[in-house]
Design a protein around this ligand. Sequence first.
Ligand code: KIV
Ligand code: ZN
Length: 389
Amino acid sequence: MNQQLIIFDTTLRDGEQSLQESLSVEKKLKIAFALEKLGVDIIEVGFPISSPGDFKSICIISKNIKTSKVCSLARCIDKDIDVAAEAMKNADYFRIHIFLGTSSLHMESKLGRTFNEIVEMAVRSIKRARKYTDDIEFSCEDAGRTDLDNLCRIVEIAISSGATTINIPDTVGYTIPSQFQDIITSLYRKVPNIDKAVISIHCHNDLGMAVANSVSAIQAGARQVEGTINGIGERAGNASLEEVIMAIKVRNDIFKLNTNIKYKEIYNTSQIVSKICNISIPSNKSIVGENVFTHSSGIHQDGVLKNRENYEIIIPETIGLKSKLLNLTSRSGRAAVKHYMSNMGYLEDHDYNLNNLYDSFLKLSDRKGRVFDYDLEILSFSNSNSELL
Ligand code: KIV
Ligand code: ZN
């Protein structure tokens, strides 16, 4: 039986905190509904102590989201934890997510604490949060740069204090896939009570490796992945959830994992997040970019017309996108022109002259760049009625 991979979305927290302007409650709610429809297991709705606006959005979203679990972020500070619980008190189920820096850099230069003090703060906060819910996530902030023995020690203590999910963030996107995978493998080898918690990962994209690091960690046994839609987030962003999800689906021969994701909602969710957050999606962005499912060169176009699998590993309909398949440009061949014409109902050779049409198509595409079906229609009309013009 395949194991389950828990999908944890932090578009409304790590994603939103990177926007130039914070989102209104209505906009956040719209994104939350889209995420729920997409089937993510957990929606991190915000950091309620950070502002009254965030607190209010969390209260409203928590009341309205029914099938995903909601989660709020808190530092290891009593007030943060109490406010997180208060903001989500009307939710059907909720999680409190506590984080604390564990790398020497964060302990010394950000928090001014020794490792023993950090461990004490973590234990105290986990126990406090357990009074509100038995679903507690503990994040070792900057785990990617944390000494491995310290990491193993704090993970073991966090689990025995009541944390049910342990998150290993690569906060500054510093690790590379083999190294991040080794961290997860070492935790499984060295932490005696590791099987009492779900191991989660949370990767940032500073070196462009957030998705690769996430996928490597999943191969090492992580069973919750955190990320954002379209990869929005602090600095270079977070792991792009749609990319991780599709990697797991397309290469399930390797991963053998199930998710609750409704794949057909991926494209729509990506568009909603892009429009609401006012962040455009690069045309070559994996999975959801404008050009990802169109083929331009004549050889590729001929290949996909014979069999899509020649050049496609995902069909657009899987993510809820209508097939656009071919881009008509000066690099297209006769096969693509013929395909467009038959889609418009010109099925027989005598309906138009392909050679003439192709010649005028090439002239037009050299001038114009991309050619559309209506251009072909006009060209073929002009060719067959030249005496009238
Ligand atoms: O990147 C990070 O370390 C975080 C934590 C709060 C989980 O966002
Ligand atoms: Zn983060």
